[in-house]
Write a protein that binds this ligand. Sequence first.
Ligand code: SF4
Length: 433
Amino acid sequence: MSRQNRVIFTRKMRRDYKILMPMMLPIHFTLLQRVLKRAGYDLVLLENDGNRVVETGLRFVHNDTCYPALLVVGQMLDALQNGGYDPDKTALLMSQTGGGCRASNYIHLIRKAIAKAGFAKVPVISANLSGMEKNPGFSITLRVLRKAIAALVYGDMLMLLANQTRPYEVVAGTADLLVQSWQNRLIKQFDSGKGLGGKPLAANLEAIASDFDAVEIVMAPKVKVGIVGEIYVKYSKLANNDLEGFLASQDCEVMVPGVLSFMIFSVDHRIEDHSLYGGNPFKRLLAVWLKKMFLKLEANMLTVLRRYPHFTAPSPFSHLKELAEGIIGYGNKMGEGWLLTAEMLELISLGYGNIVCAQPFGCLPNHISGKGMIHKLHAMHPNSNIVAIDYDPSATRVNQENRIKLMLAVGREALDCAPVSGGAAAQAQAARA
Ligand code: SF4
């Protein structure tokens, strides 16, 4: 189906259509769903999984398509075929980054696949900030955008603190219950138009940190593992075979870089592109405005975290950019680009030198800035322990987990050799006592 013939999502559809979107980050997306609901969109987060999703993807896209694209197409089609949704009242939502990688072109693959499967009348909406495609029934105003971004910041904060609390909690499940209770509180606030900007946001972030700080914990040395990689495979349980769950089962503490730094990275290179190649001045202004807002939110979050020094705070974007300088060129901006390398360097500096770099099949950009950089990083930091894990339709979970177990064995050995009294765990326990 050509771009001109695409099914437009109209204002009328907005009133009674369900909009299906793949789940990626459960905490973040649950909050985002609420923000969009308040803006008048009946968003459904797809969580269908299993072999049928992969098989459907393989049947409807070419087998050299990158794994995230294959999964997204498979999940959406599986939902249309087996999810009980009325095709006359259902639309699909897909983000279009506007960058040079395939993420900008997923949407055409989805349209082709659903037409082939007999769902040509289902509109596919593009969520983008680059004016790539427009639909009269789906417009994100700056106000809604600000709220959506605030929801993602809450997601980053909750994910970070839960990951640093869960492995040490005295009563199992406390951190997850706290996440749940904060999600409910925030949703209640969103429903009454509160909690999404300025002071209320700062107050909520402070209260979240304070609540996690009050959880009773017992510190013990654990292998600390960072997760990096292509954004979808890094975060999505469907794509990475529940990597976080697996690492938890191996008694590890996990650090997953938040989504805010990726958003700053995306607008940062838009601004850079504009100064190098010119372009629409309005788009530049929007990128500058967004960057300013993202940096402010980042500063809010880091200010709160600094008051709780026993939690490991992520580095500000400016520092991430410095870390990459001279190691990988800033021109690497497809996919996660230089940010992926910078995140590995950051994790090493924060004490999470055991790293799983999640690599999807068919993803050239991240093979360069992820797997392609491991040798160099190891030469710079001989104690780093990075393993690149391939995710593709034919890779078996057991094989992936066995390779991670080997990496963890090295991590455990290093932990056993670490001085008993000087560990971060001991310091944290003392600080929290
Ligand atoms: S970054 Fe890689 S995996 Fe992600 S959409 Fe682009 S090509 Fe595909």
